[in-house]
Every structure is written in C-alpha cells, then in structure tokens.
Design a protein around this ligand. Structure first.
Ligand SMILES: [Zn+2]
Length: 415
C-alpha cells in the first residue's frame, strides 16, 4: 500500500509491488517573496529511479506556476497517469516557479513563516515517502528550520522561517533534543522536561525511531484563536507557542462541563499526542481511524493521568462530551474521515481505551497496543480484540461495553 497526502486526503495507491524502489530525492531552494505571507519562489531538482515500465505521477499545487525541464528541454508532467522516468544515473527533473497564493497549513505573522506537512507548497511526486534537502534564501538574521534531510517524509515538507535564538541542546538516554526557538520566545522549561520524559517513556515501548536527534520549534499557529497544536515531520516537531508557554483559549471547554483551568493538562495531552505520531500514522497505521488518532489521544490522556488524576478526570469530560456528539453504535471498523468519523476516531476510540484502562490499568492497555503493533504494523480491530481477550479473559464484558459492541457487531476472527 502506498499513500501520498494530497489536498487534505490520504490517497491509497495500490502498486502490487513487492521489491523496494528507491525514494524520490528533492533538492529545493526556498525564497520567501515577503515575510508577511507564506509565498515563495521555489526551484530545485528531483532525482528518482522508478522501476522500469512504471509511470510516475506528479502533484502540482493548484494556483502555483511551476514549470519543469529534463536534459534542458521543457517537460510536461501534467498527465494524470504519470510520465516515464527512465532510470538514468544523474538524470534529474528540474523545476522553478511560485507557490500558491494560499495553502491551508502555512501561515505568516510577526515576520515569521511556517509551512506544515500536507501544505504542499512545492511540486510532489506520488510515492510512499520522499527525501528533501531544503535550502533557504533569506534576509540577514533569518534562518530556516526543517527536518534532517536523511529522514524520509511521508506527507511532504515542513519548515519554519524566523529570527532564531541560539539552539539549546539537551541529552537524554535515547535522544538528543535540539530546541530552536525564535528570539522573542522562550518556553516554560517544565514542558521541555515533559517532552523528554514522554519520549523516553515511549521509546522502549513502541520501538526505536529512525533518528536520535529530535528538533523542536515553536510557531505562531493558532495565535489568534488560542488553540494548542503540534506537527511532527521527520525528526522535527513544531508546537504552537500555546503548547509551551502562551495562554490558550479554553472557552470552548466551558460548554463541556470543564470549568477548571486545564491549560497545563491540555498542553501535556497535545504534546504527548503529537510525540506519539513519531510512531502512529507513520510506521504504525491501522484499518480504523481510532488507531491513528484515537491511540495518540489516549496516550495523551495517560501522560496527563501520570501527573495528576484530577487533570485526567477533567479532560475525560471533554471525551465524554465529544462521545455524546458522535455517532451511536459500535466504534470499531470505521475508517478515518470527517464529521462523525472524525469524532469516532479522535474521541470515541480513545474514550473506549480510557474506560478499559480505568479498570485494567493504563500501562497494561498501552503494552497491549504496543504488542499488537509489534506483530502487525497495520492491524484490524480483530487483532486488538484477540489480544485483549487473551490477556484479560475475565474482562470480556468490559471490552464489549467500552467499544459499544453488540453480539452482531463483534469482531470476527480473521477479519
Ligand atoms: Zn494526531
């Protein structure tokens, strides 16, 4: 199964291929047209060695002006079925143009710019993942922050442009953390401790990552709305300033019965959720939406519970409220999607895990999840069902109730 993220949709592309193809290699020069909006001229080259006979399809961002050449001649990369790309060593396709006027996951303010994965400012080649070497052409005093180029990215490029302070480096048992924040921002150090502890806790459970150095940045995403967010890509994770210090907006929680100031708990939940995406949604997938977003949310809740049972109880109200707004019926066997499927994936799946963890222990549930993924990186609900019933044979009723299963809807073995 191959997947590329295109304009907000995950498009699975079945190739039937069994042998491994080398990844497309991008070399991209990025020059902002201004520091007041996320708009760039981009030029560069793409090297790729497609298996003989396979056509290679491009994704050109709508509203961009990219043109392409190969061996000095203009090249039309627009055919939907793709183009032939014979494997000649050194034969690169080059491109030049301007990014679209607006991209959903890019932003600019206060002379800072960010583009997150899935924003697609540059031309892309449809592939499992690609490698990107980014170069920035910037005014004096500005710098570019992007993932390590040796790490393949699944959802395109991600970067921040800002005036940065000197990086802060801190070491833990498994990782080196490099914090690269804008000059006018400093986090609460407690959140750096939390980031490090959380990743150290998860690494032995979920397995080694393809990197030891973790880059952490802070962007002005959601600064007008007060949202807390984080976006991992490769070994770089860009948190909103609200995740590390700035005051978030908690108004929307009031209607869900949460009156307490849960800023700290919410930050920790989001930080742990986003860090878990170093595994979930990358090397760990799954047939149901909750496996890619509900497990990270549950991991976030458990990280909060470790610090404060009271905070956990408060945040659980958010999940209970969202559950009540979501679709009725069995939670499993629903893919990721919008609307009801979104609530099912993010909230109903994680609440089911929380209900089970409340009884059997949250660490036990996390171990069970990790065990399922050790056997199968793309599991179905039946895999969790089987593992749980084997580990906790006396708790079948708890399992059935938490997932809202009926006798007809239970997982069928082998499904
Ligand atoms: Zn997520």
């Amino acid at each position: 199964m191959r997947a590329v993220f295109l304009l907000g949709l995950l498009l699975p592309i079945s190739t039937g291929a069994t042998d491994i193809e080398p990844l497309p290699q991008f070399d991209i020069r990025i020059k902002p047209l201004t520091l007041d909006e996320p708009r760039f001229t981009m030029s560069g080259s793409i090297r790729f060695c497609a298996k003989s006979g396979r056509k290679v399809a491009f994704v050109i961002p709508r509203g961009s002006t990219y043109s392409f050449t190969r061996n000095g001649a203009a090249l039309d990369v627009s055919p939907q079925e793709g183009i032939d790309w014979p494997c000649e060593p050194g034969a690169a396709i080059t491109f030049f143009g301007t990014s679209p006027v607006s991209m959903p996951k890019c932003g600019a303010s206060h002379q800072e710019i960010y583009c997150l994965n899935r924003s697609l400012p540059n031309p892309e080649v449809i592939s499992d993942s690609s490698r990107y070497q980014l170069h920035f052409e910037l005014l004096k005093g500005y710098g570019g922050l992007s993932p390590d180029p040796s790490i393949a990215l699944n959802y395109g490029i991600q970067f921040q442009i800002a005036q940065f302070a000197a990086p802060r480096r801190r070491k833990t048992k498994h990782f080196t953390f490099e914090y690269q924040f804008p000059k006018d921002f400093s986090p609460e150090d407690g959140y750096l401790d939390f980031i490090e502890k959380t990743l150290e806790d998860h690494a032995p459970m979920f397995g080694a990552l393809p990197f030891h150095k973790v880059l952490v940045g802070a962007i002005r995403r959601g600064e007008t709305t007060g949202e807390i967010s984080g976006s991992p890509a490769g070994n770089l994770i860009l948190f909103s300033r609200t995740a590390l210090r700035d005051k978030p907006n908690l108004e929307s929680l009031r209607g869900m019965g949460i009156q307490a100031d849960v800023s700290d708990a919410l930050r920790k939940m989001v930080i742990a959720h986003e860090l878990s995406h170093f595994w979930f949604g990358r090397s760990f997938t799954g047939k149901d939406g909750w496996m890619v977003e509900g497990i990270p949310n549950y991991i976030g809740l458990v990280a909060v519970a470790k610090g404060s049972k009271g905070d956990y109880a408060e945040l659980r109200k958010l999940f209970e409220y969202m559950d009540s707004q979501g679709p009725p019926g069995p939670i499993p066997n629903s893919p990721f999607g919008n609307g009801p499927l979104y609530i099912r994936a993010y909230y109903q799946g994680s609440l089911a895990l929380a209900k089970i963890g409340d009884v059997v222990g949250h660490e036990k549930v996390l171990e069970l999840v990790a065990g399922v993924y050790r056997h199968n990186a793309d599991p179905a609900f039946a895999d969790f069902d089987e593992a749980f019933k084997k580990a906790f044979p006396s708790q079948a009723a708890l399992w059935t109730a938490a997932w809202k299963l009926t006798p007809q809807s239970g997982a069928q073995p082998g499904k």
